[in-house]
Design a protein around this ligand. Sequence first.
Ligand SMILES: Nc1ncnc2c1ncn2[C@@H]1O[C@H](COP(=O)(O)OP(=O)(O)O)[C@@H](O)[C@H]1O
Ligand SMILES: [Mg+2]
Length: 270
Amino acid sequence: MSVLEIRNLHATVGDTEILKGVNLTLRSGEVHAMMGPNGSGKSTLSYIIAGHPHYTVTEGDILLDGESILDMEADERARAGIFLAFQYPVAVPGVSVANFLRTAVSNVRGYTDGNGNGSMSGGVIGSNLMPMREFRRELNSKMQEFNVDSSFARRYLNDGFSGGEKKRTEVLQMAMLEPKFAILDESDSGLDIDALQVVSDGINKLATENRGFLLITHYQRILNYVKPDFVSIFFGGRIVKTGGPEVAQMLEERGYKWVEEELVGGLVPA
Ligand SMILES: Nc1ncnc2c1ncn2[C@@H]1O[C@H](COP(=O)(O)OP(=O)(O)O)[C@@H](O)[C@H]1O
Ligand SMILES: [Mg+2]
């Protein structure tokens, strides 16, 4: 069992404080949904957990199984079992899905170049990868398991992909990397029904007792397909309420205005 604990996290970009005391505990075997209005800092939180260097943590800590990960680079965090699916995945023409996955898997599993260096070190890619046959066998089996057409592996990463295809790549990546904690920044509007189905099927298959999910979303739509154990409301740089699925229902019925008036209004001096 693993625990990812975010304690009183404050963070800035430049002079602007974006996270203002986030407290959140994720445990393996649990799906935690986080909902909040645009601009509240949800994506910022996910980037900071994954180790994006652009942000400065000014207070608080992030602990994986009791150990702070704040001093770890993004690739070390990935090796430690943290996975982030971006809200807006980038297209990489010239790099196939298979090559991308092989590089990512090799890095996370610690394949080295014989000098003790990780697979991405020194910018050299290719000399230190998981053996091709072994990788192919595993990729084929996971593609079957997750209903991904085999032609997919040869296509260029996210290049001209539909929303559903991007999500399929994301699910396949999770299935291959086997993270302890997966953070999915779904923020919504781009997801058509097909994409929603793909990602929710993927989560439901991958939500085992050894893995925790943080599912970030603007609308509660995806929660019709994935049943969260916890739902938090994120507002103004911190979590203002945590409960069960009924919290999502309440948001759906009463909207974010209610959050501002009842949950935040009473706490922030006029
Ligand atoms: N790199 C950045 N530079 C300046 N401001 C940023 C940066 N990233 C995020 N912000 C600001 O931080 C706030 C939170 O953004 P974000 O985390 O994307 O919110 P959400 O994902 O909840 O919509 C916004 O006001 C946004 O403009
Ligand atoms: Mg966002």
